[in-house]
Structure formats: structure tokens, C-alpha cells
Design a protein around this ligand. Structure first.
Ligand SMILES: Cc1cc2nc3c(=O)[nH]c(=O)nc-3n(C[C@H](O)[C@H](O)[C@H](O)COP(=O)(O)OP(=O)(O)OC[C@H]3O[C@@H](n4cnc5c(N)ncnc54)[C@H](O)[C@@H]3O)c2cc1C
Length: 323
């Protein structure tokens, strides 16, 4: 087990896994069940816990354990090395959500969107066979302390708005599971766009949360979601702008999604201190241009307090994750 300079176990570690099963869930979703003995110590934080997956090279190989040796100063030294390797010879790295963890059976489920112009991750999922190798970079249960990689931080809020496209369906499913597990009391709406009606996956049902599905229309990805959001605005418990939120919406700045990642989230401590029971908390993830439009709508036009929203560009149309 890797340790940091202070002799504490490393919080994020590589889990050597192989595909146990590949299940077609719908025309655009495939569930890959990964297994490996290391997964016994995968920290199950629930909610929108993200992982990185190092995918096999075309010959099926993944880096050997020696590649991940931590230095006392830098437990993620391998990542610095990975970044300097030529794109063709290093294993592709992509970000996904943990849909379910079963440490007792040493398995985790990851739901992959099967999309057009597939990059290495989409292609891996589409072709996955039992025994295929991968490395998951995820949280170490032996490290203790808060688990890194979660952005769902509703503070004290009892009013939720979850919005996402198909890439956010696994996270919304895991958030719903976690809210049910944690006996969360409150109400809310989950607004989701998927490519086709058959992609409306069965999601866990929380009695306070209404799920609204939309289907991608001929105007393009994200259009139906944005329109559904516009229609919902009047029903949302957004507080009228106060002097402070009006000031922050005046200071609204655009994010150039072709130059930077659209990622605006608060940490748990900030959320606990600033989001109260009556406040609406919004969690929004998906294609960056759509998330940008939803951000304009909620923050610039409705004056919603930015501290009560997590905006996450999960992918960018026309761009590979690592470009
Ligand atoms: C925190 C986080 C959690 C995520 N969780 C999930 C998850 O659980 N399941 C999931 O499927 N995705 C998830 N994503 C999105 C996923 O990382 C991207 O879709 C990723 O780009 C897919 O990699 P790829 O190798 O298939 O394509 P890339 O090599 O990254 O891109 C190749 C091409 O495909 C396009 N493309 C990428 N994704 C899509 C898409 N979904 N639909 C249409 N075109 C696309 C790109 O614009 C590009 O033109 C998550 C992203 C983040 C940041």
C-alpha cells in the first residue's frame, strides 16, 4: 500500500480491474461491471463520486504496478510521468462516475454512454468482453478522511434541482440512491435529456423527487433540456434576488468553454455554511455549451446565488476529453 510523506495511506490509488460483465442497458447505455481483489478497499462515498479510468492500449495492455510507484513527496507522481508520454503510447485516461460499488464482491458498476465519434472510452465500452483489463483511479477506503471526487454538496437544502444529459444519468442515479440511503427529507426535480425514449433508464425512486425526461430533438443535443428547464423556472423555489445575489449576478462572467473547463462548484464546508434549508440547491452536469446556457438562465437571468449551484461541463461537443 502506497503511503504519503506523513506515512498516511494515499487517498487516490490505482485499482487493477478486469471486465466481469458487459450489459446493454438501452440503445445508448452499456453497464460495465469491473472486478478485482483491490476493490475491497474502494471507498464507497456514493453521490456523484467520480473516477478516472486508464483504458487498455490497442494490444489490451495496461501499465504494470511499477508504473504507479508513489514517491514520498508525490503520491501521484505517475500522473506527471503519464502527461509527458506521447499520446499514442500512453493508456487513454477518461473520467466516469461510479454507479454502484459492491466491495464485498469486489465489483463496481460504471455506466458508459455509447456515443457517435467514439473516443477510446466509448469504443472500449462498446467492445468490452469479460477479462478486458483496465485501471481505475479511485478513492482508498484505508485513507480515512473525506473522499475526494464528489461535487454534490447541497448543504442544508431541502429543495433540489438535478439537471443533466445522458452522461449525467449515472451520477443522478447514484445521487438518488444515496439520498434514499441517507433518508434525505425534502423535495425536488430531476430533469434529464437522453438520446432516445428507450434510454430512459429505470432510476431509483425518492418520494420527494419528480423525474422529468426529455429526448434529444432535431434542434440538437441539449436543446430539449434547455427548453424544459425554461418551462420549469416558474415552479422553482428560487428566492428573489437579495442585494448580495443581485451584486453577484451583475458580476456574472461568461466562461469560454473552448478555452477552459466549465466547472463551478463549492466544497462541502462552504455549502454547509451558505446553503440553508429553504434554499434551492441545483446540480447541473452535461455537455459544456448546454451547462453554460443553463448557468446563464439561473445565475444571470434569475439571480440565483452561485454558491447554491454546482455547474459541471462533463464533455465538450467536438472535443476529446484530453484535448
Ligand atoms: C466528472 C465526470 C463524470 C462523468 N461520468 C460519466 C459517466 O458515468 N458515463 C459517461 O458515459 N460519461 C461520463 N462522463 C463523460 C465522459 O467522460 C465523456 O463523454 C468522455 O469524453 C468520453 O470519452 P471518449 O473516449 O468516448 O471520447 P473522447 O475521446 O473524449 O471524445 C471523442 C469525441 O466524442 C465526443 N463525445 C464525447 N462524449 C460524448 C457523448 N457523451 N455524446 C456524444 N459525443 C461525445 C467528443 O465531443 C469528441 O468529439 C463524465 C465526465 C466527467 C467530467
Amino acid at each position: 500500500m502506497e503511503h504519503q510523506a506523513n506515512n498516511q495511506p494515499v487517498p487516490l490509488i490505482p485499482f487493477r480491474v478486469s471486465v466481469a460483465r458487459a450489459e446493454t442497458l438501452s440503445p445508448h447505455f452499456k453497464r460495465i461491471v469491473f472486478q478485482g481483489p483491490d476493490l475491497k478497499i474502494f471507498a464507497d462515498a456514493g453521490y456523484d463520486e467520480r473516477i478516472k479510468i486508464l483504458l487498455p492500449l490497442p494490444d489490451g495492455s495496461v501499465p504494470p504496478p511499477s508504473f504507479f510507484e508513489a514517491t514520498p513527496e508525490d503520491p501521484l507522481a505517475w500522473y506527471q510521468q503519464w502527461k509527458t508520454m506521447p499520446a499514442g503510447s500512453r493508456n487513454p485516461l477518461r473520467t466516469y462516475t461510479v454507479r454502484k460499488v459492491r466491495p464485498e464482491s469486489e465489483q463496481i458498476d460504471v455506466d458508459f454512454v455509447i456515443h457517435d465519434h467514439a473516443g477510446p472510452a466509448g469504443a472500449f465500452a462498446e467492445a468490452a468482453r469479460p477479462g478486458d483489463q483496465a485501471i481505475i483511479i479511485g478513492p482508498n477506503a484505508q485513507a480515512g478522511g473525506p473522499v475526494a471526487g464528489m461535487d454534490f454538496h447541497p448543504g442544508q437544502s431541502r429543495h433540489l434541482l438535478l439537471v443533466g444529459d445522458e452522461t449525467a444519468v449515472p451520477a443522478i442515479g447514484a445521487i438518488m440512491d444515496s439520498l434514499i440511503r441517507d433518508h434525505w427529507q425534502g423535495e425536488g426535480v430531476a430533469l434529464i435529456e437522453v438520446p432516445t425514449e428507450e434510454d430512459r433508464l429505470p432510476l431509483p425512486e425518492h418520494e420527494g423527487i419528480r423525474i422529468i425526461w426529455t429526448t434529444c430533438d432535431e434542434s440538437g443535443h441539449g436543446h430539449a433540456l434547455t427548453e424544459a428547464m425554461r418551462n420549469l423556472l416558474d415552479d422553482l423555489p428560487i428566492h428573489p434576488p437579495t442585494a448580495a445575489t443581485a451584486e453577484s449576478s451583475k458580476e456574472f462572467t461568461e466562461v469560454d468553454i473552448d478555452k477552459e473547463l466549465l466547472w463551478e462548484t463549492a466544497d462541502a464546508a462552504q455549502a454547509d455554511a451558505s446553503i440553508y434549508a429553504d434554499d434551492l440547491y441545483a446540480w447541473i452536469a452535461g455537455e459544456a455549451a448546454t451547462v453554460r446556457e443553463l448557468r446563464r438562465m439561473l445565475v444571470r437571468d434569475q439571480g440565483m446565488d452561485r454558491r447554491s449551484v454546482s455547474f459541471m461541463g462533463y464533455w465538450r461537443q467536438g472535443r476529446s476529453e484530453m484535448s
